[in-house]
Design a protein around this ligand. Structure first.
Ligand code: CP3
Length: 354
């Protein structure tokens, strides 16, 4: 393997000193970029783009050509896992993801089985190795998966949901059946992430977009517990380096204190918790990633620069900060505004490092 030319991300995730704060942007490859829209049109639809290693590699590289980012993230989706479980994923324009066969009863859960990951998700591992080859050591590659709870909400509700009525009903009435379903997702996701590392992923992130919709005890049982069981069985070293693990529960707030105990290396933080508070919750035991409100990107370049300055100041001095948004960049954002953010991090962050 070629030597990594920029390892700022990997060092910051391990709380090692860096000369400036590294950055990447959630959903950095996506519809806000005209070149992404063009490649997606060429692929036909979103899942065909994910299944084509050359095109998935192309859209992964697009934001790196425009911006001085410190990481690439695999272009794929968290819903590849339930698709591999046989639920039949498809996307309806304007409505987001849907499943042909949602899992809505204990009987449906009993029919689920852990798939052969190499077989059903091989296209993802091929994308990972294609991207690694193309990156040629420029920056590290982040692999990812969804948290079992977040993936479970889509599996049970059959698509995007605001209130999660069906899965919360299962949690109340058939909690053991829900545990069993989440366990299938845990086992599949563990194999899936380890295979991404084997194919060349150099850091891993677990996206838990909907964990904070649960009350605390249910969060611990249905969201954090399954993430913990994944973390316990991940490959933590590859190519002679540690493979850092980032957990991100959107809206976690004080739950960040519970998340530290999983043994992850870093936690994602959204904009509803300041990085100063997040540092207190986590006692500087893990690195923090975040947390500018993506809405800031709709403002002027000056306002974006101020937002970056405030975010850096909130974390303060010392290692262990990876700059990011608090959630993904949205399709309406002007690509020049993303450039303003990236430039501001490069210019303003060195003063926070010795
Ligand atoms: O960050 C990256 O650049 C990597 C790629 C990535 C995508 N989805 C690509 C994508 C990642 C990490 C995800 C994660 C994901 N997917 C999450 C967790 C993080 C989050 O955003 O909360 C969730 C909940 C999903 C499920 C999902 N996939 C939804 C709800 C949608 C529809 C959203 C929309 O804007 O229509 C998707 C589709 C999707 N995944 C797109 C992209 C770029 C948009 C597809 C398109 O229309 O081209």
């Amino acid at each position: 393997m070629t030597e990594l030319k920029n390892d700022l991300l990997l060092r910051a995730l391990l709380r090692e000193p860096t000369e400036r704060t590294p950055l990447w942007i959630m959903r950095q490859a996506g519809r806000y970029l005209p070149e992404y829209r063009e490649t997606r049109a060429q692929a036909g639809d979103f899942m065909s783009l994910c299944r084509n290693a050359e095109l998935a590699c192309e859209v992964t590289m697009q934001p790196l050509r425009r911006y001085k980012l410190d990481a690439a993230i695999l272009f794929s989706d968290i819903l590849t896992v339930p698709d591999a479980l046989g639920l039949g994923l498809y996307f309806v324009t304007g409505e987001g993801p849907k499943f042909e066969r949602p899992v809505q009863s204990a009987a449906a859960i009993r029919k689920l089985a852990v798939p052969d990951v190499a077989d059903s998700l091989g296209y993802v591992f091929e994308a990972v190795s294609t991207i690694r080859r193309e990156l040629d050591g420029q920056v590290p590659l982040i692999g990812f998966a969804g948290s079992p709870w977040t993936v479970g909400t889509y599996m049970v509700e059959g698509g995007s949901s605001r209130e999660f009525p069906t899965i919360k009903g299962l949690a109340r009435e058939e909690p053991q059946a829900l545990d069993a379903m989440l366990d299938i997702v845990v086992q599949t996701t563990t194999e899936y992430l380890n295979a991404q590392v084997e194919a060349g992923a150099q850091a891993l992130m677990i996206f838990d977009t909907w964990g904070a919709a649960l009350e605390r005890d249910d969060y611990l049982r249905f969201s954090l517990g399954p993430m913990q069981r994944i973390v316990d069985n991940l490959t933590r070293e590859s190519e002679g380096r540690r493979v850092p693990v980032i957990l991100f529960t959107k809206g976690a707030g004080p739950l960040l204190a519970d998340m530290v105990g999983t043994g992850c290396d870093a936690l994602g933080v959204d904009w509803t918790t300041s990085l100063a508070d997040a540092r207190r919750y986590t006692n500087d035991e893990v690195a923090l990633q975040g947390n500018l409100d993506p809405a800031t990107l709709r403002e002027s370049p000056e306002a974006i620069r101020q937002g970056v300055a405030d975010t850096l100041a909130s974390y303060g001095k010392g290692p262990g900060h990876v700059f990011n948004l608090g959630h993904g960049v949205t399709p309406d954002i002007d690509p020049d505004h993303v450039a303003a953010l990236v430039d501001a991090v490069h210019e303003l962050s060195p003063q926070y490092h010795d």
